[in-house]
Write a protein that binds this ligand. Sequence first.
Ligand code: HEC
Length: 137
Amino acid sequence: MTIHEQAAALDGLKIICGLVMRIFVVSATVILMSGAASAETDPDSGLIVDEHWQLVKTHCSACHSPKLVTQNRGNRQNWLEMIRWMQETQGLWQFDAATETAILDYLENNYAPQAASRRARINRSLMPVNPYASETG
Ligand code: HEC
């Protein structure tokens, strides 16, 4: 190998190392950012900490566990209907317009319907025999 060939090989190596380093930095950044983006929750109520969360904690854990809120999902209309139902039948108080808007904003942003929240059904042939099943299944 001539000195020129060695220099060229070294340059190539530097470029590859630079690329590997860049890929490493970019993926590390992506991992860190996705960690930061995962929602912080209030250890007391389990509510996602986001704008107006304290309002929801105050108004929505007075009668029942805030888990009823965090376990549910809905779009804005669904949440509004649940609130109306509680107001009409469960003694939930009326909110002024600004408070209601803030609560709905929070619920819509943080507890929207999710695509698949259940696992797919396991194939029947992989299941243990069900001793109570009828012949037809
Ligand atoms: C005045 C009492 C009261 C307050 C305050 C209250 N709720 Fe309720 N809520 C109820 C009752 C009673 C139920 C029925 C509980 C049950 O099924 O065990 C209920 C049920 C729910 C459910 C379950 C509905 C379903 O279809 O299963 C959700 C979700 C809910 N509340 C959300 C909220 C939110 C959000 C707030 C705040 C805006 C709130 N609640 C404030 C009384 C209240």
